[in-house]
Design a protein around this ligand. Structure first.
Ligand code: KIV
Ligand code: ZN
Length: 517
């Protein structure tokens, strides 16, 4: 019999909770589809009680994504649990994941509850969840800083009330591998009914030990690990899915377990999540970074040429890393283009595909060669990230910059109106953003601005990313073009549209500080 470890992916919940990440429903759906193709066992699709938007996207993933179990997170209270049950109802396999903190510091200062109350809440929450769905996961938040005796009591109660998976989080990323392994073994041994549950871990990366702690937990008997693509998540992030999966696979001699992951899809999944979230990967990121398989030193190159295994413990194709970057050119047809996008995990409607193909053809006229990365940048920034009900779009722009102050003249479309304005600034981007602010009549704070190239060479597509703050909303905007000023303008306008979209989802209105001219 195969001994398998379940991969519980929380990219769309814990990952999406990270500062600066803000995915819309379409983007979450693309990721969920790719996670299903990757072979994850569980997709934690969101926290339905946290917002209308989260509820809707969990519900749409539950009703349309087949294969993995679809989980919704809920605090240990009736409102959250009923909302989660409602959101995952349509899934062929659904799960409610309910949690409450068990550490002294969380119980006293955050929950303001006694241990007895937490114990009672655990039983009530799990019993209610078990009356609504068959599959219930219970997590003791901050488990690794909890009193082991109390934790065993809580887990015993959760299993008795119907929890089928018991999760032991290292919420603040404080544990070290040996200590975490010993702790888990002790808890598993001392919990009554332990054998009826699947034991799971959920580790944060504050000390850079998330993957080490997770795989050590597997060695000690955990059969579910919670993780995110590229390790995105709160603060320093969560344990990285691709690193855990490849550690278990490459060192099967140590762990003796399998996962259901199709590892050849890891690279494309990682790139998709990076593009959609705007979180870039360091080149030396294990498994999926640009340099993960690059050999620079002469001695290494020589070794690899003589025998690959001298310096490579896995083959790039094991994780789906491309061996060549050139994929398409101006003679490529619609069919080949659509197939390539599909193989990268993108699913577009016919209309979106038509638009993507025409953008691709335009790009082929401007650029010597079009890479997979260029195609992905076009699809994400020009199709998937565009707000469906966008308020503003860019009609035209003209900038002038030299050694003195730059000037920019911008025309935006707002509904049926075309509005123009101009401004000066400290460089062309600053001037363009000032002109846009005059048109839209709001002054969002530009919390971050970055421009990167989607590929090499000076004719590369430039991808601009901005983070805008307005009232208590924070959104990301994205834009792409071979002209970096145009990319920057598109990103800013996309961010403003996302502010309007977020405000609409919250049922609030954005008040213009000045009238457009
Ligand atoms: O980090 C944590 O403890 C969590 C729980 C909700 C599982 O994310
Ligand atoms: Zn977490």
């Amino acid at each position: 019999m195969k001994d398998t470890v379940r991969i519980f992916d929380t990219t769309l919940r814990d990952g999406e909770q990270a500062a600066g990440i803000n995915l819309n429903g379409t983007e979450k759906f693309q990721i969920a589809r790719q996670l299903a193709a990757l072979g994850v066992d569980v997709i934690e699709a969101g926290f339905p009680a946290s917002s209308r938007g989260d509820f809707d996207s969990v519900r749409s993933i539950a009703s349309e994504i087949d294969g993995p179990i679809i989980a919704g997170l809920a605090r240990a209270n009736e409102g959250d649990i009923r909302r989660a049950a409602e959101a995952v109802r349509e899934a062929s396999r659904s799960r409610i994941h309910t949690f409450i903190a068990t550490s002294p510091i969380h119980m006293e200062h955050k929950l303001k509850m006694s241990p007895e109350e937490v114990l009672r809440r655990t039983t009530d929450a799990v019993s209610l969840a078990a009356s609504l769905v068959k599959d219930v996961e219970f997590s003791a938040e901050d488990a690794s800083r909890s009193d082991p005796e109390f934790l065993m009591e809580v887990f015993t109660a959760a299993i008795a009330a119907g929890a089928t998976t018991i999760n032991v989080p290292d919420t603040v990323g404080y544990a070290t591998p040996g200590e975490f392994g010993d702790f888990l073994s002790r808890i598993m041994e001392g919990t009554e009914g332990s054998e009826k549950a699947i034991w799971s871990v959920h580790v944060h990366n504050d000390l850079g030990l998330a993957v080490a702690n997770s795989v050590e937990a597997v060695r000690r008997g955990a059969r579910q690990v919670e993780c995110t693509v590229n390790g995105i998540g709160e603060r320093a992030g969560n344990a990285s899915l691709e690193e855990i999966v490849m550690a278990l696979k490459v060192r099967r001699d140590v762990f003796s377990v399998d996962t259901a992951i199709d590892t050849t899809k890891l690279f494309d999944t990682s790139r998709m999540v990076s593009r959609l979230t705007g979180v870039h990967l360091p080149p030396n990121k294990a498994i999926v970074g640009d340099n993960a398989f690059a050999h620079e030193a002469g001695i290494h190159q020589h070794g690899v040429l003589c025998k690959r295994e001298t310096y490579e413990i896995m083959h790039p194709k094991d994780v789906g890393a491309p061996e060549t970057k050139l994929v398409m050119g101006k003679h490529s047809g619609h069919h080949a283009f659509a197939k390539e996008l599909e193989s990268m995990g993108y699913s577009l409607t016919d209309q979106e595909l038509k638009r993507a193909f025409s953008l691709f053809k335009e790009l082929c006229d401007k650029k010597e060669m079009v890479t997979k990365s260029d195609m992905e940048a076009l699809v994400v920034d020009e199709i998937l990230s565009v707000c469906p009900d966008r308020k503003f779009s860019v009609k035209d722009f003209a900038v002038h910059s030299g050694r003195g102050r730059a000037t920019a003249a911008i025309s935006l479309i707002d509904g049926k109106d075309e509005i123009h304005d101009a401004a000066t600034g400290n460089g062309p981007v600053d001037a363009s953003y000032a002109a846009i602010r005059r048109i839209v009549g709001i002054e969002p704070e530009l919390a971050a601005y970055r421009i990167i190239s989607a590929s090499e060479k000076s004719d590369a597509l430039g991808e601009a990313r901005v983070t805008l703050r307005h009232d208590d909303m924070e959104v990301q905007g994205r834009g792409v073009s071979t002209d970096v000023i145009e990319a920057s303008i598109k990103a800013y306008v996309n961010g403003i549209n996302r502010l309007y979209q977020t405000a609409a989802a919250r049922g609030v209105e954005i008040v213009r500080q000045r009238r457009a001219v």
